[in-house]
Design a protein around this ligand. Structure first.
Ligand SMILES: [Mn+2]
Length: 309
């Protein structure tokens, strides 16, 4: 309705000289403000129309010259910096020949998230956005908005049903630690990385086999584990693994696509003809896995410390 009012005011500029129009204009401007104050208890909500939801890029393509390097995919790191260094060492990573691609959830749960972001940025790696990366970005987006509008956090929390500990939560603390460069780097990760040269998609959690990419929900792509009655779910105990549906569909397809993903630590390393699940539970004391995209589809992993249960 605000948009309609603004449009009307612009259309009727010439009538501003008319006293009646001035009164009417004042009424149009003041009435909604008064109603906001009356119904919402304070006026911070007036500013919320400036709030912009977090940006995302649904699909990026990885093309030459990067796609012509040796591609090495790495599972969910979750701040396990020491383990990532060990893995990079073990695969004999050569920056001139190799290109690293992360399946998302590089932050949270483990001890050194910021160091992980700095490291993979310095290596020029590619990454897709995971649900934990997204959570940190969402909080940072809110904090930056409140800062720019000089809105006290307490007031915003009261009005918007946001958990009280948003800033003190693990993701909130990480959001406060991210500088502009690291924030923009995390924000640049697409939801889907398309590598046409190898008919590959990289996503954090999964894709639906029978819905066009542009119609799939970014949040589902970052969280799904199973599919039940054609609908994605993050639950492990209803329906069947999305990868089961995906593989069945690719076997029937004349242009099959393979997906490399993470997120599903409880199923650990999960290799099927058209899907590679690389979350081998590093942060839970499992392994951190790398998939080398050579003829053997070689898997190399390192043992991890247990940082969470
Ligand atoms: Mn995840």
């Amino acid at each position: 309705m605000k948009g309609v009012n603004y449009q009307r005011l612009n259309d009727n500029k010439t009538r501003f000289c008319d006293l009646r129009s001035v009164k009417l204009t004042l009424l149009i401007l003041i009435l909604p403000l008064t109603l906001c104050v009356l119904f919402l208890g304070n006026n911070y909500s007036i500013n919320t129309h400036n709030f912009k939801p977090l940006n995302y890029t649904l699909i990026n393509k990885l093309e030459a010259p990067l796609s012509q390097k040796n591609l090495i995919f790495i599972g969910d790191v979750h701040g396990s910096y020491d383990e990532l260094l060990n893995l990079i060492n073990k695969i004999n990573y050569d920056p001139l020949k190799d290109h690293l691609i992360f399946v998302g959830d590089i932050v949270a749960k483990g001890p050194k998230s910021i160091e992980v972001v700095q490291l993979i940025r310095s290596l020029g790696a590619s990454c897709v956005r995971g649900n934990h990366d997204d959570k940190v970005l969402q909080i940072k987006n809110i904090l930056d908005f409140l800062d720019s509008q000089k809105i006290p956090l307490d007031e915003f929390i009261k009005e918007h049903d946001i958990p009280k500990d948003i800033v003190k939560s693990e993701h909130g603390l990480l959001a406060k630690e991210l500088d502009v460069e690291l924030y923009n780097y995390l924000l640049s990760f697409p939801i889907i990385l398309d590598i046409p040269e190898y008919d590959l998609y990289v996503v954090h959690a999964g894709l639906l086999p029978d819905v066009p990419l542009f119609e799939q929900d970014p949040s589902d792509i970052m969280t799904m584990r199973n599919i039940k009655n054609g609908k994605p779910t993050s639950k492990k105990d209803v329906g069947h693994a999305w990868s089961k549906h995906w593989n069945a569909a690719q076997q029937e397809s004349s242009s099959p696509k393979t997906i490399i993903y993470g997120h599903d630590a409880s199923r650990r390393l999960k290799i099927k003809p058209y899907s590679f699940g690389l979350d081998s539970g590093c942060v839970y004391g499992g392994e951190l896995s790398a998939l080398i995209w050579n003829d053997n589809r070689e898997i190399i992993n390192v043992k991890c410390n247990k940082y969470v249960d």
